[in-house]
Design a protein around this ligand. Sequence first.
Ligand code: AKG
Ligand code: FE2
Length: 204
Amino acid sequence: MKQQLTIAQIMVAQTSLFPAEEKALRGFSYIEPFLSQEQEQALLEEISRLDLHPLIFQGYEAKRKVRSFGYDYHFDSRTITEGRPIPEGFTALLEHVAKQLNVPAADIKEMLVTEYPPGAVINWHRDAPPFDIIIGISLMSDCRFRFRPYEKTRQGRGSIITLPVRRRSLYVLSGEARSDWEHSIAPVKTPRYSITLRTLKMLT
Ligand SMILES: O=C(O)CCC(=O)C(=O)O
Ligand SMILES: [Fe+2]
């Protein structure tokens, strides 16, 4: 039987001016590998059939391309609406993730597919409030995933935690990692795809 994921506390070395210090990033879990090479390939093929479009955020076109399914979050009105259903080609992934996290697959209400061409980033942010648990699956390339405290007074160069997130891995953001920390991804050198799955705080 597969080992069940617990939303466990992990200790990570802090990228800090004070190298001896270690910091707990509670609510962050990571599994690697989560996908086999074949599963990764099959998902990349599914993604190639999607019509990804450049992300427009606050009037600017970001380098990354996206497509969301299930529910769509609208930054302007800060609301969510029901969007296009998650394509069937991703059902096996949703079930695999649900089993790993011990949640019903039906609780995964949103799927966002993102393409990061070389040089693309995602800037510091916390995911939109209506969503609860955030699950990230990485394809094609590794990346450097960064965390910093959400509260401005706790931010500083020494407070950034950088974690290598590898292709075919799965990470989970819940609890403090979800609500007390912001995250961002440093520019990727080679194309990376991610599938972000989210549950909703209040089921409608
Ligand atoms: O690409 C990723 O793994 C992160 C995506 C992300 O943080 C987001 O869409 O909110
Ligand atoms: Fe995010």
